[in-house]
Design a protein around this ligand. Structure first.
Ligand code: NI
Length: 138
């Protein structure tokens, strides 16, 4: 673990009260843990803005009766062979399926895959959760 550095900062009273409420609502044990999380989340956003190597999870919801859709979704993922780490398929009911696709690669490539899957006819919802391979976060 890295050496700890203490810091103090000045913010307006209403903002401080909002900070305290967020720390409390988030169930953080202290302000430091909350601020660490804020910084790490910002660093991950920067990794994505800068097209760094990243980890992403794409969640899809689709109707498997849509003609040829399952094959098209698989076909798109094969274009990212070696980058798609795992795909989990869940049969939600008679019609609907969900897939969680974990991808490691350049941020722009992952976004492109998520966009391509989202545009497929029959996909009802697609959402990319941005993650990190953690090089800058410790
Ligand atoms: Ni299914």
């Amino acid at each position: 673990m890295s050496k700890l550095v203490r810091l103090s900062l000045s913010i307006e009273q209403p903002l401080f009260e909002q900070l305290e409420a967020l720390v409390d609502k988030g169930g953080y044990t202290n302000r430091s843990e909350f601020v660490r999380n804020l910084i790490r989340n910002r660093l991950v956003e920067e990794e994505w803005e800068g097209d760094a190597e990243a980890l992403g999870t794409i969640s899809l919801l689709f109707d498997h009766h849509a003609r040829g859709l399952a094959a098209r979704l698989t076909h798109k993922q094969h274009h990212f062979a070696g980058k798609v780490l795992a795909t989990t398929h869940i049969h939600l009911d008679e019609h609907l399926c969900s897939e969680m696709i974990m991808v490691r690669g350049q941020a722009e490539d992952i976004k492109q895959l998520a966009d391509q899957l989202d545009r497929e006819k029959g996909v009802l919802h697609a959402k990319l959760a941005i993650g990190s391979i953690g090089k800058r976060l410790s």
